[in-house]
Design a protein around this ligand. Structure first.
Ligand code: TLP
Length: 346
């Protein structure tokens, strides 16, 4: 049976060009700083984010953890959105390994936090309080349906944090989706953040990897933290080679994924029983609710038996992510299949 897998863009397989680049990669021991391919990827990433330096890590999760470890000290408090990936899906690593308190600020449905609420949450000097040292943002925002933070919003909220002496980290796992959706360079979205990480392993289709970018001094410290958490990789040029292809060749095509997400969202809006606001989706993540009589987990199981894989997100919420391996015709097929399942259930 043909499978249309929209659980995540992380399922994208490397392109032929990536496999070729992997075969031919010039490598060395990266812990000694001697892998020329890793060095090239880090330089390219820093340049694209408008930062002085970058660090190649195995995953977005590790990049976010290293960012927390580098910006904070145990006992500090960090502010992040109530829907942040760092809060929901990173195993509590910031608290467990970084020893920080994660204090949440409500995310609105567009992935933003209200500046007034952020300001109120910043702790004044008081012997009883932990020190607030870091604000974390997310762009695009995963749990908020791939919502995009604009450069204006980002610089306003980061400016506020800086005024109070906080650092700002941007989880930009899908920052290139935001850049393509807004038609701005990714560096503009990262400008006011002290550090930004992004993944090459999602819509950009590389098999593994994330880049954490910031000042020279920040990245030097982060490199040491990466070693401490066991992320010092040796001939990592083998995987970095695919990352270079991802950055050079795969960014502009993300627009196709966004168009397919809109196609899916507007199609779902036509299916009786499904709740969705199709106009909301700006990038490659679509969220909807299964019909009232069925939980999202059960609904996704039923749809999967027909070859369409989606991700349940709690309650009736369901997520679909478009990517390179799902074309417009697949979207139409998936819609037919979903419609059929809803009819059968009804
Ligand atoms: N997100 C994955 C899952 O963990 C849910 C997905 O399928 O969307 N930040 C953001 C905003 C992310 O969406 C993800 C991955 C990460 C960080 C972590 O990246 P990895 O999976 O490389 O550790």
């Amino acid at each position: 049976m043909k499978i249309i897998d929209m659980r995540s863009d992380t399922i994208t397989l490397p392109t032929e060009e990536m496999r070729q680049a992997i075969c031919e990669a010039e490598v060395g021991d990266d812990v000694f700083g001697e892998d020329p391919t890793v060095n090239r990827l880090e330089e390219l990433a820093a340049q694209m984010m408008g930062k002085e330096a970058a660090l190649f890590t195995p995953s977005g999760t590790m990049s976010n953890l290293i960012a927390v470890l580098t910006h904070t000290r145990p006992g500090d408090e960090i502010l992040l959105g109530s829907e942040a990936h760092m809060l929901w899906y990173e195993v509590g690593s910031a608290s467990a390994l970084g020893g920080v308190v994660m204090r949440t600020i409500p995310n609105d449905q567009d992935g933003r936090m209200d500046p007034g609420t952020v300001e109120e949450a910043i702790r004044p000097k008081n012997i009883h309080f932990p020190q607030t040292t870091l604000l974390c943002l997310e762009n695009t925002h995963n749990r908020c349906g791939g919502a995009v933070l604009t450069p204006d919003y980002t610089s306003a909220i980061a400016g506020l944090a800086h005024q109070h002496g906080l650092s700002v980290h941007l989880d930009g796992a899908r920052i290139f989706n935001a850049a393509v959706a807004l038609s701005v360079p990714a560096s503009e979205l990262a400008r006011s953040a002290d550090s930004v990480c992004f993944c090459v392993s999602k819509g950009l289709s590389a098999p593994v990897g994330s880049l954490l970018c910031g000042s020279q001094e920040f990245v030097e410290k982060a490199r040491k933290w990466r070693k401490m958490v066991g992320g010092g990789m040796r001939q990592a040029g083998i995987i970095a080679a695919a990352g270079i292809v991802a950055l050079q060749k795969m960014v502009s095509r993300l627009a196709e994924d966004h168009a397919n997400a809109r196609r899916l969202a507007y199609g779902l809006a036509q299916v009786p029983g499904i709740t969705i606001h199709p106009e909301k989706f700006q990038t490659n993540i679509v969220m909807f609710e299964s019909p009232s009589f069925i939980l999202g987990s059960e609904f996704t199981q039923r749809v999967a038996t027909q070859g369409v894989k989606l991700l349940p997100r709690g309650g009736r919420k369901v997520r679909a992510v478009t990517h390179r391996m799902v074309g417009a015709a697949d979207i139409d097929e998936a819609l037919e299949c979903i419609e059929l399942v809803v009819k059968e259930l009804g």
